[in-house]
Design a protein around this ligand. Structure first.
Ligand SMILES: Cc1cc2nc3c(=O)[nH]c(=O)nc-3n(C[C@H](O)[C@H](O)[C@H](O)COP(=O)(O)O)c2cc1C
Length: 196
């Protein structure tokens, strides 16, 4: 059985894009068919254009497709990555999720394993609440939360977030960070394969 993994990220400044890209490489190496997709931007063009780093990130990733409900139906596993905004996921990701009523109604989100990652300015700025609140949504889908827990020693070395890898701004993308993201992605692929 082929694992078809949709990795959907939102990123204004590049952090979650980088995390999602690392996860995509790890999942492909683990044998999954991967679609790397972004949640559509909802901020007005003039707002994005008014912030140099935001504009640069949007231009850099213009060729990455926006996620659609069809991608959600296609996949049999989801990895979601989005920044913490006031303690929950960025509204761009929530807006995409809120377009999924139709596919949800057809059972297209159910019985699939889901894992999530986030980033925040501060270590205690809402990294855990962002992930836990997203997993509430997964339960509404009838999905299976595949949090990494403490299933690999690398998690202890990269912040110890049992709910999913979370990146604190200013930290480097060290080999340990890449390993933590890779471990989470590989574990999700492994669980998806076992679910069949
Ligand atoms: C409107 C807004 C709200 C934010 N709220 C928080 C917050 O509650 N806690 C925190 O630590 N960082 C917060 N941040 C910082 C973001 O988490 C940070 O910019 C993000 O992780 C960067 O991810 P990206 O590079 O993928 O866009 C906020 C940023 C913005 C723009």
């Amino acid at each position: 059985m082929t694992v078809k993994l949709a990795i959907i990220y939102y990123s204004s400044y590049g952090t979650n894009h980088q995390m999602a890209s690392i996860a995509a490489e790890a999942a492909k190496a683990a044998g999954a068919e991967v679609r790397l997709l972004k949640a559509p931007e909802t901020a007005p063009d003039e707002v994005v254009a008014g912030v140099d780093a935001w504009k640069a990130q949007a231009e850099k990733t213009a060729d990455i497709p926006d996620a659609t409900a069809d991608d959600m139906e296609w996949a049999n596993a989801y990895l979601i990555s989005a920044p913490t905004r006031f303690g929950i996921m960025a509204s761009q990701m929530r807006a995409f999720i809120d377009t999924l009523g139709g596919v949800w109604g057809k059972g297209g989100l159910a019985n699939k394993p889901v894992s999530a990652m986030t980033s925040a300015q501060n270590m205690h700025g809402g990294q855990e609440t962002t992930l836990v609140s997203f997993y509430t949504t997964v339960m509404h889908w009838g999905g299976f939360v595949v949090a990494p827990g403490y299933t690999d020693e690398v998690i202890f070395k990269t912040g110890g977030n049992a709910y999913g890898y979370s990146h604190t701004q200013g930290n480097e993308f060290t080999d340990e960070v890449k390993n933590a993201i890779g471990h989470q992605a590989r574990r999700l692929v492994d669980v998806a394969a076992k679910l069949g």
